[in-house]
Design a binder for this molecule. Structure first.
Ligand SMILES: Nc1ncnc2c1ncn2[C@@H]1O[C@H](COP(=O)(O)OP(=O)(O)O)[C@@H](O)[C@H]1O
Ligand SMILES: [Mg+2]
Length: 263
């Protein structure tokens, strides 16, 4: 039984224990995120993801955060560390809202449904037979024209940047292939950006120049995957310039300003 008293007791005791998968799913059921568990489909360091059915009989994915273990006491993903349980509850909520922003900007992301406790639910990319495969799990011969897949990925980055977002972990590990379309998931580390001057103290927005660095890193993991698996080579700077679109001038200007300040 997971209740506040129980968690507070865990919090104050010396040893902080992680919720087991069963406990986390019991909590998600209690909170009305799902009514039936089908299968655990992802098990990472920070979270696990489960395929289930909600009360409207929709196939959903529930992402549930595990305890955040760190000695770092500063701000994590814009969340001030209070209790470890509050931090992971914040993670679920933060990721839900970033996912929602991107969904509303019409990007190919799962529709988010609800957050509660340490979890949030979203539409399953896939169907009643199960989740769609990740790009990393597909073989080289799966696609007739793999360059089209790369184009889709680049378009996602372009449209995300236009919506003032960078993903931050854009790789074959977070891209799903379903009904001839690439879908992107996993948004906790995604950042919403703005011009430096427009950002007030304590704002969750990151400056455009930081977003630019994150975008470069994302491209540095995406392009080598296509080179390795499909032998597709494209010009890094050309793709980068394309994705930056109308922001390019602003980025150049802000990078120049940064140089002036630091020199
Ligand atoms: N909406 C979804 N539909 C289908 N599969 C999903 C969905 N969300 C997550 N998954 C699966 O769960 C795995 C883990 O999800 P992800 O959000 O990437 O968590 P992590 O932070 O652990 O990497 C993914 O690799 C994918 O296989
Ligand atoms: Mg992931």
């Amino acid at each position: 039984m997971i209740n506040r008293e129980y968690l507070e007791k865990r919090d104050t005791s010396n040893e902080i224990t992680e919720l087991s998968t069963t406990e986390a799913l019991a909590e998600a059921i209690e909170n009305g995120l799902l009514v039936e568990v089908k299968q655990v489909i992802g098990q990472g360091k920070e979270a696990f993801v489960c395929w289930g059915i909600d009360k409207y009989e929709r196939n959903i994915a529930v992402k549930s955060y595990k305890l955040y273990r760190t000695i770092h006491r500063g701000v994590i993903h814009g969340t001030h560390r209070t209790s470890p349980y509050e931090v992971i509850a914040q993670f679920a909520k933060l990721e839900y809202y970033k996912n929602l922003d991107l969904f509303e900007a019409k990007l190919p992301v799962p529709q988010p449904f609800k957050y509660a406790g340490f979890s949030y639910s979203m539409k399953l990319i896939g169907d009643e037979h199960g989740p769609a495969p990740l790009l990393r799990d597909l073989s080289k011969n799966f696609f007739d024209d793999p360059s089209e897949i790369l184009e889709q990925c680049v378009d996602i980055l372009y449209n995300m940047f236009k919506a003032r977002y960078v993903h931050g972990d854009f790789s074959e590990h977070n891209l799903l292939w379903y009904e001839d379309q690439v879908y992107v998931i996993d948004f906790l580390q995604s950042k919403n950006f703005a011009l430096k001057d427009a950002i007030g103290y304590g704002s969750p927005l990151v400056p455009l120049t930081r977003a630019y660095r994150i975008l470069r890193k994302d491209l540095n993991s995406l392009l080598p995957f296509f080179k390795r698996l499909f032998r597709i080579e494209v010009d890094y700077n050309e793709v980068l310039n394309y994705i930056m679109g109308d922001f390019k001038e602003k980025i150049d200007r802000e990078l120049e300003l940064n140089l002036e300040i630091s020199s």
